[in-house]
Design a protein around this ligand. Sequence first.
Ligand SMILES: Nc1nc2c(c(=O)[nH]1)N[C@H]1C(S)=C(S)[C@@H](COP(=O)(O)OP(=O)(O)OC[C@H]3O[C@@H](n4cnc5c(=O)[nH]c(N)nc54)[C@H](O)[C@@H]3O)O[C@H]1N2
Ligand SMILES: Nc1nc2c(c(=O)[nH]1)N[C@H]1C(S)=C(S)[C@@H](COP(=O)(O)OP(=O)(O)OC[C@H]3O[C@@H](n4cnc5c(=O)[nH]c(N)nc54)[C@H](O)[C@@H]3O)O[C@H]1N2
Ligand code: SF4
Ligand SMILES: [Mo]
Length: 753
Amino acid sequence: MASSSKSDDWLSTACVLCSLNCGVKVQLSEDGREIVRTKGDAEHPASEGYLCNKASRLNFYQNREDRLLYPMRRDESGRYAPISWETAVSEIAEKLRAIRDTHGGDKIFYYGGGGQGNHLPGAYARTTLQSLGVRYRSNALAQEKTGEFWVADRMFGGYNHGDFEHAEVIIFLGKNPWQSHGFHRARAAIRAMAKDPQRTLIVIDPKRTETADLADTHLQVKPGRDAWLLAAMVATIVQEELSDEAWLQQHARGIEEVKDVFQSLDISDCASKSGIDEARIRSTARIIAKAESVACFEDLGVQMNRHSTLVSYLQRLLWMLGGNFAKPGTHYTSNGLGNIGAGKAEGFSPVTKSRIIAGLVPCNVIPAEVTSNHPDHFRAMIIESGNPVHSLPESPRWREAMRALELSVVIDVAMTETAREADYVLPATTQYEKAEATFFNFEFPNNYFHVRKPIFAAPEGPLDEAEIHMRVSTALGVVPEGLEEELYGVLAQEGRTAFRDLVFAKLAEDPSLMAIAPGLLYRTLGRALPEGMQNAAALWAVCHQHAAGNRVSLEAAGISGDGMDLGDNLFDKIISSPSGVITSSEDWSDIWSRAPEGQVNLSLTDLLGDIATLNAQEPKETDDQYPFVLSAGERRSFTANTIIRNPAWRKKDMQGALYINPDDAARLNLGEGSSARVSTRRGSMEVIVALNQRMGRGHVSLPNGMGLDYPDQTGAMRQTGVSPNELTWSEFADEYVGTPWHKSVPARIEAID
Ligand SMILES: Nc1nc2c(c(=O)[nH]1)N[C@H]1C(S)=C(S)[C@@H](COP(=O)(O)OP(=O)(O)OC[C@H]3O[C@@H](n4cnc5c(=O)[nH]c(N)nc54)[C@H](O)[C@@H]3O)O[C@H]1N2
Ligand SMILES: Nc1nc2c(c(=O)[nH]1)N[C@H]1C(S)=C(S)[C@@H](COP(=O)(O)OP(=O)(O)OC[C@H]3O[C@@H](n4cnc5c(=O)[nH]c(N)nc54)[C@H](O)[C@@H]3O)O[C@H]1N2
Ligand code: SF4
Ligand SMILES: [Mo]
């Protein structure tokens, strides 16, 4: 890394290593090619200057030996060779058209929509997808959050978040925010919770995490047994009559059905199955029931685990019985641009008939939707900003599915594990070479949006995803000739209002143009935006859509305008605010307008039916052959999915060790740094062992995002650590939404001499 900086200029951007996208200020090297200094951006409305340890390593994302610079095509021998954009686009369009014409556009599957920092490609992909009549799509949300989205949507009419900063009782359920964040300024906020004697921090996790170290109560549940623990807590509140009846009468419906089920639950049976003492469960439930305010965060420890959708429901009942919704310090649904987390169930996938939530096919069934002989199986796949061969369950089966496709196209910045199985690989500009943004904004009462300017010029070769999609659509013949020039001409000569009138008139005349609208905006409005901001053009449409239904919250945030000027003013405000801007200001009472019929719906009958069976179920995660529970894919201080591939970015845990309790290790003759074999029903991998007192006996963990190839000094590919999904399998998943049970995989550990 170069050491001298270009100047004293601090450029505003955002960290792209987790969903929070904290505001970052960076200084570049004199040649303008490297990030040499980073600091938190105090002007950012949500992160307010905060950064975690990872942001200082962002240069490893931008500057990489494995950067894709040319479109690549796989030849018969399996090797990849560079081809021109013209060849790539025309061949891909030709093949897509043939599949659509012979089998239908619904046989072309899209996996993408953005990773942790880039959701604009998701908007531009519509240009290709709607041109082809693509119907089915998915992304990583459908292997973690769809169960939670679905439950939240049925109960509250939207995805809910907690007001952790102001809650009296904070619950982290299968969540280690010390390492994984998930809400803004997490480490600072957790420290403040721990220090304040008026507040109670409860952590539910089989592992003694860094977050648990700071907790008042750590419930070390047996891995995979959260359903029993939570059911026992809810039953305590019901049976001891601790719920807030007056509030529930006013704001909720279905309480009687809920009480009926929990009234007859055997709490001591649930307690013994969960591994937590009944008296402790009862006393913790009383603290939660009696608190002025409670906020809870569930994450992968339960979402990628047994009973995951049920647990998403149970934890909500736990705090709902105390009325912890739509009040400061409790939970809310937020109002943001875009609508990530709108978890409606919308039909089923064509082959396996799996439930589609939020428009996303469950990730675990995608390979089966490809390799089947069913007439409706997927025949082509476009994958963008995702690395599913590595990140989804059962990598071997994914590789097989990729090779079974008639056409596979990957759009990425690097030659990933997924790219290496594709027919064509198209190089995209990085998130620091184009204007970018995410829709992961869940703040309340003030919500914000942040568009970042690029900080680097793109090298020759890679293109913005918007340009790629527009070229493919043009080759598909769906872009009317002359339209782009006509629109741009009006914009350049007559200005934005005339442009807007013309755009909406054209759309009214021919609604099929909606399909290519994002790409057209990129090519027209984008060209007229301030330098570097072209990729933000699609947001203009998003702003108009948002403005149409949110005048009050926009005006309260200081954004106004007559009629349709409101959308333009919102857009202009966003693109001229380098550190982000508040786009919504609401009151707690506004939350009720989003709730179904103005009330919370407590009674989800399918899940209540499951609760009634908990006493009859005998949980058993392990057996003689696989006696350990493996948590496959833990967040650690230097993991960030597969966003950075160079192993040198890590300052600790370079190999991504298997964490194991020292007593277990001794029994297996394993010492610090020794090699072991981890085997599951699906596969077997060699790992390096690290003794770790935080792990309970019988519980081991492997980090997330490891096992990536990266060239060493000689250019030879080297793999660091192991990829957890060589060990997982597709069917080991939630019955409602297919979220995989990665956090309780039965495993065997053996020493290697
Ligand atoms: N450093 C870092 N931060 C990240 C990421 C990253 O890769 N690295 N990725 C981001 C992404 S995409 C996500 S989705 C989030 C995920 O963030 P988290 O969900 O917090 O991350 P994990 O470490 O996967 O799992 C959380 C906890 O679940 C616990 N757990 C395991 N089994 C059980 C169980 O049976 N019951 C309970 N109650 N807990 C259990 C684990 O011990 C662990 O402490 O992190 C985000 N932040
Ligand atoms: N066993 C196990 N598996 C897991 C998990 C686990 O806990 N255990 N965690 C899961 C979770 S929660 C998640 S969210 C997923 C994440 O898995 P994925 O959704 O596959 O996401 P990333 O690893 O973030 O991959 C993002 C891809 O985008 C590429 N990229 C970066 N910038 C750009 C850009 O500007 N344009 C384009 N086109 N591409 C870009 C990166 O190179 C990378 O290939 O992993 C999941 N997999
Ligand atoms: S919490 Fe850390 S990794 Fe996440 S965006 Fe902020 S600085 Fe980046
Ligand atoms: Mo995730």
